[in-house]
Design a protein around this ligand. Structure first.
Ligand SMILES: Cc1cc2nc3c(=O)[nH]c(=O)nc-3n(C[C@H](O)[C@H](O)[C@H](O)COP(=O)(O)O)c2cc1C
Length: 402
């Protein structure tokens, strides 16, 4: 799949050490199908060769504002772009952009474009923390530019501090590009809360009851909602995969932790998607010390954990869209229909844990989506990313109608 097929991106590169990472970004964008026009400042060419970007993007690299045969390059490039990304953006470039300067090709392109602008600063931590840079970034944000916060961590030179200043990784920038290129629908700007993964219920300090949930389905939904412009909070039990970039993540352990987190987020949420598989049972008592083989109990007494959807029903914001999941192994559709009704859901996504390619762990799922007073819609076997989009299309339709 080439998600950015034919999309025109102007990639600006300025003179920072992190420009070596921008080569990887250029490759990611080109591989995703984008047509990438690289514009480099004079300083950037001291750090990395234009030929690298030419080879990675398969397109000529632009460097001069005033050059024979390319007198109106800045206007042509700026107007063709659907998105302008400057990575790294030096402190000096931020100052030039904030001042509305146009004395080099890249700065001129910023003034001549109508496309959204993404600036990815990278610099020494003292430079990033300086009042001048803070004021420049505040101004650039106030005129509608998206300015990513730099990461914290080791900077290029061992003498530099470890405060914020590192350029975010190419994957993070790539994800942000995806969010900015995505056509915007009803989820844009909405608050979406997604639960994902299993929960764990302690038996003693080293053992727990849990299930095989990997969190992949919930994470796919959170990532897709974020790409559609939502402000996403992911409430996750212990995941088997790295949580997606760009969103707020709240880590929880037990089902009651998850219920508490959902309750505190729900009053401001426009959408709740409960894709987690919270443990339904917990040991009736939790041993304070590790249970020894010699003191093994004959049987394990278990009790129910809180039902998150039921216990948080009164915390829902009026008009919000609530989506539940039902993972069943028998009488699948009847159980799901009962859950849809009893928990007052807008949608329930049903899967059969015993069906090949569906349910826990894998990268695919085969689901049926049920809504009150509507025929269930059985979807074919799809990737979890495609299932996430199918669910969110329906969520957007519901939001649009409220
Ligand atoms: C070795 C070296 C590394 C540099 N790294 C950075 C950097 O990471 N971020 C930054 O803002 N400036 C950095 N600078 C300073 C910029 O290169 C300088 O401000 C330059 O004028 C920026 O030009 P440009 O914004 O037109 O590309 C560095 C300079 C040198 C010599």
């Amino acid at each position: 799949m080439r998600p950015f097929h034919g999309r025109r991106i102007l990639l600006g590169v300025t003179g920072g050490i992190a420009s070596y990472k921008t080569a990887w970004l250029a490759r990611l964008l080109s591989q995703a199908g984008a047509e990438v026009d690289t514009v480099m400042t004079k300083s950037a060419r001291e750090f990395i060769g234009a030929v690298t970007f030419e080879a990675l993007t398969g397109r000529p690299v632009h460097t001069e504002l005033v050059a024979e045969g390319s007198a109106l390059d800045h206007i042509r490039l700026a107007q063709a772009a659907e998105l302008v990304v400057v990575a790294p953006a030096t402190a000096d470039f931020l100052a030039r952009a904030a001042g509305g300067r146009s004395d080099d090709l890249l700065a001129a392109c910023l003034l001549a474009t109508k496309a959204p602008v993404l600036l990815v600063p990278a610099m020494n931590d003292m430079m990033w923390a300086h009042q001048q840079t803070i004021a420049n970034v505040a101004h650039l944000r106030s005129i509608g530019y998206t300015v990513l916060d730099p990461d914290t961590g080791p900077l290029a030179s061992p003498q530099e501090g470890a405060g914020a200043g590192r350029m975010p990784e190419p994957d993070t920038i790539f994800a942000q590009v995806g969010r900015m290129l995505e056509p915007k629908g009803a989820l844009n700007g909405k608050r979406v809360v997604v639960t994902a993964g299993p929960t764990r219920e302690s038996l003693d300090p080293v053992r727990f009851l849990s299930n095989y949930s990997s969190g992949k389905m919930g994470v796919a939904i959170a990532a897709a909602a974020w790409r559609r412009g939502a402000e996403v909070t992911l409430i996750a039990g212990p995941l088997s995969i790295t949580p997606p970039l760009g969103m707020r993540a709240l880590d929880v352990e037990s089902t009651s932790d998850m219920a508490n987190a959902v309750r505190s987020e729900l009053s401001t949420a426009d959408v709740l998607v409960m894709a987690a598989a919270p443990a339904d049972f917990k040991p009736a008592t939790v041993a304070v010390a590790k249970i020894k083989k010699t003191t093994r109990p004959e049987a394990l007494a278990i009790e129910e954990t809180p039902d998150i959807l039921k216990s948080t029903r009164d915390a829902r914001r009026p008009g919000s869209v609530i989506v539940g999941f039902a993972l069943e192994t028998d009488d699948v559709m009847a159980h799901a229909a009962e859950k849809l009704r009893a928990k007052e859901l807008d949608l329930i996504v049903v899967n059969d844990a015993r069906e090949p390619g569906a349910g826990f762990g894998g990268d695919t799922n085969r689901v049926t989506i049920m809504a009150p007073n509507a025929e269930p819609v059985a979807l074919p076997l799809m990737s979890k990313a495609e299932v996430a989009d199918a669910i969110l299309d329906r969520v957007e339709a519901l939001l649009g109608g409220r």
